[in-house]
Design a binder for this molecule. Structure first.
Ligand SMILES: NC(=O)c1ccc[n+]([C@@H]2O[C@H](COP(=O)([O-])OP(=O)(O)OC[C@H]3O[C@@H](n4cnc5c(N)ncnc54)[C@H](OP(=O)(O)O)[C@@H]3O)[C@@H](O)[C@H]2O)c1
Length: 230
């Protein structure tokens, strides 16, 4: 569905990862007028098709982040420690960092001890790798829904996405951004509560309104089941 852009905002947004999620966030965020810089692991020369399609700038991770007011980290969890050290140091001082990551120990990531043995939530572990606070968002959203389920504010079919994190100002910025690209948000609490939206929970994969999202968050169990262990 097409949502009328509210005009150019000139907010620099760096997207680290140009796969299923990074690609579709590039599409939506450029569509509403943001200045999107997108990076992958193979280099900007491999992103020319996405850049041409969307008007985003293909960049290195360092260039995508420099001066950015919002950074989206959307790479496989096992790739987070491989991101350049101090990557976020050159972002805007009040940068809001969105983390879309999920731990898939059996299919993709292998064992991450900080999560399984030390009991860190997945996004708390990511914060420690990045040396920066994050807002957990989009992690339970099918990539295609970022395009297909976008609806203007007030539309009865609009979905709500849970966001978790400890930085209230960053959460406010993320809420405004999600509103622009077509969804409501539900504040799911701080990072230590963010297990409520991790894989295997009732809200994971749910595309529903705020009341249903709240109910699903409340019904979550903190236990990490065998399916989500290495
Ligand atoms: N797919 C979904 O529907 C979905 C939904 C919610 C959350 N998630 C989560 O979101 C994250 C991303 O998922 P995805 O499906 O978008 O992944 P994906 O399609 O596999 O894409 C991963 C992207 O990360 C890039 N990347 C890997 N290592 C990098 C590095 N060191 N520096 C810069 N870029 C790097 C890859 O670049 P190259 O291709 O050049 O290697 C690729 O563009 C994962 O944690 C996933 O679990 C996915």
């Amino acid at each position: 569905m097409h949502i009328t852009p509210k005009g150019r905002h000139d907010m620099k947004i760096g997207i680290i990862g140009a796969g299923n999620i990074g690609g579709n966030l590039t599409r939506r965020l450029t569509a509403v007028g943001h200045d999107v810089h997108v990076a992958n692991s193979r280099g900007p020369q491999t992103l020319s098709a996405l850049a041409q399609e969307t008007g985003a700038t293909a960049a290195t991770a360092e260039d995508a982040v420099r001066g950015a007011q919002v950074v989206v980290v959307t790479v496989p969890l096992k790739a987070v420690p491989a991101l350049p050290a101090g990557l976020l140091d050159t972002a805007a001082d009040d940068v809001a960092v969105i983390d879309t990551g999920n731990y898939y120990p059996q299919q993709r990531d292998g064992k991450i001890a900080g999560i399984e043995d030390d009991g860190l939530t997945e996004s708390r572990w990511t914060e420690r790798q990045l040396g920066h606070q994050v807002v957990k968002a989009f992690n339970g959203t099918y990539a295609q829904d970022i395009i297909d389920k976008a609806r203007p504010s007030g539309d009865p079919q609009r979905v709500a996405l849970p966001i978790a994190g400890d930085d209230a100002a960053a959460k406010q910025a993320v809420t405004a951004l999600l509103d622009e690209i077509g969804s409501d948000t539900v504040d799911a609490g701080g990072q230590d509560e963010s297990w409520r939206q991790q894989p295997g929970t009732p809200v994971y994969g749910l595309a529903a309104d705020a009341a249903a999202v709240r109910k699903a968050l409340d019904a979550a169990s903190p236990e990490r089941t065998a399916e989500w262990r290495a």
